[in-house]
Design a binder for this molecule. Sequence first.
Ligand code: F0G
Length: 468
Amino acid sequence: MADFAFKVKTVEPITLLSKSERKRKLMECGYNPFGLKSRDVYIDLHTDSGTGALSQDQWAALMLGDEAYSGSRSFDELAKSVETVFGYTKFIPTHQGRGAEKILYPLLVKKLKEGRGHHQQDKKSVFISNFHFDTTAAHVELTGALALNCVIREAYDTQTEHPFKGNMDTGKLKAEINERGADCVAGIIMTVTCNSMGGQPVSMQNMKDVYEIAKHYDIPVIIDSARFAENAYFIKQREAGYGDKSIQTIVTEMYQYGDMMTLSAKKDPMVNIGGILAIRDDMDLYRQVEMMCIVNEGFVSYGGLAGRDIQCLAVGLLEAVDENYLRARIRQVEHFGRLLKEAGIPIQTPVGGHAIFIDAGAMLPHIPAHQFPGQALANELYLEGGVRCAEIGSFLLGRDPETGEQKESECELTRLAIPRRVYSNEQLEYVVDVLTRIKAKAETIPGYDFEYEPALLRHFLARLLPIT
Ligand code: F0G
């Protein structure tokens, strides 16, 4: 069966710089592709965030945006979509996912501390996740809490086939809660799909099991929802009992297993900017969220977005759960993964929803973790083919906030994120050719050291130098 779900209506030109120009551009940006100008990039697989192509209905929605400061029609449209898709009625829009995180995580730590006796205020608070995304971990750490990851072991072995490598290790979760005391766990964060492990899905059973554990200990569950629809698609494909259910039915069930959600709407809902923070029952928490929204983002009906952005998101949320679209989307990523495997490139398997994760540690075994093989490969992709992508490994992980030691990443990965509805299969085949050429000269690729290392989220602004 063919998987075509759309055709192109608007085009944006791209150009490939010469090899010597690419070399110069990479040197000028400190060997960190975050510093590249997009006009100097040929195929941009840096992120699937905010880079999707809008549909004609979304473009039309932009014209309908109501720019009223409060009570806009656009907000009402969004409220309808949020309720239809997630079943939540209490939410705020935010400028993007991290806007929601910035509001929520300090409030959850405050609430946890209020529930403790005076003599216990010094106990360290923690959040436990299958895997915290980097901004999520940063917002957790800014509250003074620890961000613990408890994804299943299989996720770290890129060659192991497992249908739900994003699952939480429930044994480890319980052990952490018991060891630290439930009164120290401010929340359990289920990231669906699990971005940092390769866009790997979480099974419904795992979401249910984690929720039961959380309820036993009276800990709130937050669903970090950036790629919720892709997760639902994988449940439909891979989990017994879900093959005949609609994506919406699956999403509705997923959200039974959470108490609140943060959403970066720049991924599955395919808007260029936007986010959501929703709370199911906790009215007291919701009131505080509203107040902090006004301080940080804007009035509760616009949350840092223009009315047109909100109207566009109302449409995008519904398109995200369209099964025809999702099938085309996931199959494109699968096709890309299959070609890479055939070319002998070591990748996280099975491939995830939004990206291919190359096992750079396996591809460049001569580069030690502290010289960042994932970053070395990302730089080489630009040099060899004008392709931009991102490291997910020790470079991103950073240092332990308490000891200053480089944290040990269990995998050194390079992420090729696929924007939604943007590139053709031919363009992705070009990337396969680039990687094939890199593989043939892998042992000549250098590791990197810091020229400048920022204290927080260093991978965005760091400057590096190749080790010769
Ligand atoms: N949670 C997850 C799982 C994410 O992947 C992201 C962003 C966020 C939260 C933060 O959302 O960017 O809207 O503030 N991920 C992007 C990426 C940046 O490239 O994977 P945001």
